[in-house]
Ligand binder design. Structure first.
Ligand code: SF4
Length: 622
């Protein structure tokens, strides 16, 4: 008997139509705890350097974690994995919402999708009943419409859905998977791989529930946390203003990515802030499974010239940055429309916004002209151009066809020195966090197995002095604060320790906004919860080792796939000065950065080229 997980993974081969079960041992679940760890466990032997991410040899995983589905808050994560078409390496993307918990309630810890269907299909899972259903009538339609049809034809409004839109069907490299219209597995091209398999959706209904070892303890902790978090600033700010609560303070500090990372301050920051959203288009504060924090936004716009449907939720900080300040757009209605379109078409808002921002800069520098833009005045701030290009990218039409490949490929096509400001690492576009004011974030972008990714570690601006924030993570061995602008050995260590903890949260299926340091739940309380669920005796040290295992495992896969240290270069722009704001004139120091990166390798027991040493692999059981 297992508690907190079922030990069963659903296996579906779309080439043959076979449906089976893969058993997951307690030894492996304890070793990996879910998410990224399970993706490693299955992916490592399934792909090699020559595997085309869009071929039937590339599997696609929908995984949960050990914490997914515990009814407490933050336990909402579903983690997808594959060989990424963007990085050609270890691909991961995670999302909150309800799909992960629903899958566990149906009795499954994850799904492995192999092969490729000849015609469009969707997967229908109701507990043990699993069917591959025809989706020919759904192909070519947006997520909003398909969501309604699938619920209607299965006569169940309670179904939870992972879907791809036209972006995934057309294999836009950064097409994403959208869960219940509002939550995105945004990064690494999961939607493009799903589209290549002609898998339009996964529809899940779970009625079995999850068995927990000590249900009373879980209820006690859940009730306690629901009250406890209410007046804690970290939770309250998220509830009131969402993830965009900090837009104005980022702007004041000069680290709000603006106009393709040329600037660090945006003159219309207030207009696009979470506070302005709360006063204008916010219709409701939304949330994920069992979470009392409710940081998600639901927005509605009902004007003559622009309408935004609340069923798609609302823009989070990453979208506000990438579609707003990055594109010079200070109009929340337009940003909300861009968000709605991306969720309906199934496009990652970060990569879409950064790609359009990049094209705007190319246009302003005359690297591309009206000939390439087909007459569009593609200056920063052009709202109509933003919305038109989102559609064109999803259809791979005109300039949209080039931008659908991402900024790395687009810069190779445009030339004119544009690779200097193509804001990507390993082919993936930078999220909305400015490394010139947070050196640790720059290290994260560089070493992340998935390319530039904001889901790897807490930012170095979080723990800058002695006090309650630092106290909250001392149990993890993080005993010194960090100066966000510092380099060196201490900084590398600070980043590595934070990354292990966040890596662990990713594996176990936990939202980063709930446990300390980014959230209000004390770490000891969170570990008590895991033990109440499983009946195990997990300690903070074990959590850190699991996180370390995940990071080293992902690196090993990447190096085996040819994605090595040479893919860790940061965009040249980060070594050039910011052009406005509080950090005007500030740039990164490349020599100090590379030296710090090698301290980071040392910390993990990797060699000077970043490959895990034999003794490290053995110690971690890899
Ligand atoms: S904190 Fe926000 S993102 Fe995290 S689980 Fe709760 S509602 Fe979802």
């Amino acid at each position: 008997m297992t508690y907190g997980y079922s030990g069963k993974i659903l296996k579906v081969d779309l080439s043959t139509g076979e449906i089976g079960i893969e058993n997951l041992s307690e030894e492996n679940m304890r070793k990996y705890m879910g998410g990224k760890g399970l993706v490693y466990h299955y992916l490592k032997d399934s792909v090699n350097k020559n595997t085309d991410p869009y071929s039937e040899e590339n599997p696609l995983y929908f995984m949960t974690g050990l914490a997914t589905g515990i009814p407490t808050g933050g336990t909402s994560r579903m983690i997808m994995g594959t060989k990424s078409p963007i990085t050609q390496g270890f691909g991961i993307s995670e999302s909150g919402g309800f799909v992960g918990p629903e899958l566990k309630k149906a009795g499954w810890d994850g799904i492995i999708v192999e092969g490729k269907s000849e015609k469009p299909v969707y997967l229908y899972i109701k507990d043990d009943k699993v069917q591959i259903k025809d989706a020919s009538h759904l192909w070519g339609k947006g997520n909003g419409e398909v969501n309604d049809i699938i619920k209607e034809e299965n006569k169940d409004k309670g179904i939870k859905l992972s879907q791809i839109g036209q972006g995934g069907e057309n294999q836009v490299h950064y097409a994403c998977v959208i869960n219940d219209l509002k939550h995105a597995c945004g990064r690494n091209g999961m939607g493009a791989v799903m589209g290549s398999k002609k898998l339009k959706a996964v529809a899940i209904k779970g009625t079995k529930g999850i068995k927990f070892k000590d249900k009373d303890k879980i209820t006690e902790i859940s009730k306690w946390y629901a009250k406890y978090q209410k007046d804690k600033p970290l939770s309250k700010g998220l509830y009131l203003y969402g993830t965009a609560a900090g837009v104005e303070s980022l702007d004041k500090s000069g680290i709000l990515p603006t106009r393709n990372f040329k600037d660090g301050s945006f003159e219309k920051a207030k207009e696009i802030s979470g506070q302005t959203m709360a006063d204008t288009i916010l219709a409701e504060r939304g949330g994920c499974f069992a979470c009392p924090v409710r940081c998600k936004r639901v927005v509605e716009v009902n004007k003559e010239d622009i309408k935004v449907d609340p069923k798609f939720g609302g823009p989070e900080y990453e979208t506000i940055g990438s579609m707003g300040s990055m594109c010079g757009i200070g109009n929340l209605d337009v940003i909300a429309k861009a968000h709605e379109m991306c969720n309906d078409l199934g496009l990652d808002t970060i990569s879409t916004g950064v790609s359009i921002s990049f094209a705007m800069e190319c246009y302003e520098r005359d690297i591309i002209t009206k000939k390439e833009t087909e007459g569009l005045e593609l200056n920063f701030g052009n709202e109509e151009a933003l919305l038109k290009l989102i559609k064109d990218i999803s259809e791979k039409k005109g300039l949209g066809k080039i931008l659908s490949k991402g900024v790395k490929k687009a810069s190779e096509i445009f030339g004119g020195g544009s690779e200097e400001f193509a804001m990507q690492v390993k082919g993936q576009e930078l999220p909305m966090h400015e490394p010139r004011g947070k050196i640790g974030v720059g290290l994260g972008y560089s070493v992340s197995p998935t390319g530039a990714d904001h889901m790897q570690a807490a930012h170095d601006t979080m723990i800058t002095e002695e006090g309650p924030m630092l106290d909250s993570v001392k149990t993890l061995g993080i005993t010194k604060p960090a100066d966000p602008k510092a380099y060196g050995k201490d900084k590398a260590e600070f980043y590595a320790l934070n990354e292990k903890w966040w890596g662990f949260l990713n594996m176990i299926g936990m939202c980063d906004f709930i446990p300390a340091p980014r959230g209000s739940m004390p770490i000891d309380k969170f570990i008590e919860l895991i033990n109440a669920s499983t009946g195990w005796d997990v300690t903070p040290e074990e959590c850190m080792e699991v996180g370390e295992r995940g990071i080293t495992a992902a690196r090993k896969v990447n190096y085996d796939l040819g994605v090595d240290e040479s893919y860790e270069e940061l965009p040249k722009r980060l070594y050039q000065p910011l052009e406005n704001g509080a950090l005007e004139g500030v740039s990164m120091d490349r020599d100090k950065f590379i030296e710090m990166k090698h301290y980071y390798y040392e910390h993990f027991g990797w060699d000077e080229k970043g490959y895990p040493k034999e003794e490290t692999l053995q110690r971690l059981g890899l």
